[in-house]
Design a protein around this ligand. Sequence first.
Ligand code: TYD
Length: 206
Amino acid sequence: MKKGLFITFEGADGCGKTTQLNLIAEYLKAKGFDILLTREPGGKGLGEKIREILLNYDGVVSDRCESFLFLADRAQNIDTIINPAVEQGKIVLCDRHTDSTVAYQGRGRGLDINRINYLNNIATNGRTPDLTLVFDVDIETSNKRVGAEKDRMESSGDEFFNRVRTGYLELAKSEPDRIKVIDATKSVEDVHKQVVKIVETKISNL
Ligand code: TYD
């Protein structure tokens, strides 16, 4: 495969996307594809430092400051990790990306979505994912999976979770070609099968 592919994994907290990202990475590697894994916030290097602030800083973080930190991390991830790998023909699997900012800072925190889209576009320099998987779970499933120890973002409450979840479902409705919703309440094996089917279809249409 000469042409690279950029796939993002999205969903509210506790949706199980990271487990699924690792499973599909192994599946694709076994088939001989060149895979690169990254995540937002915190690909590596500077990104890890930004992640540390975003998840663990215990002072006041304004909603706009939070957005800019996620966006700064995204610009770094695009410029130093994602773009070079896609240009080398790799399949890049990214744990969260632009849709997280729309769902969390836009729908969750209530910031203007048009402004977030504009800023996302600056952060990505216009690159958009070829495919986005949204792992959809209800609040009960999420709470069970996240457990009692919550980071700063996970401590935002049930209403916040539901706004984020709705945000993702709205995004999927508005961009059905790029964004596929997966029922992530099912078992790890069942969800993996759904992921394989969607990713295989994408690869075969390249
Ligand atoms: P992380 O530990 O990576 O959570 P998860 O395993 O659920 O992906 O933490 C990332 C947190 O940051 C998560 O709560 C979602 C949030 N987030 C935003 O609010 N906006 C963003 O743009 C991104 C990338 C993440």
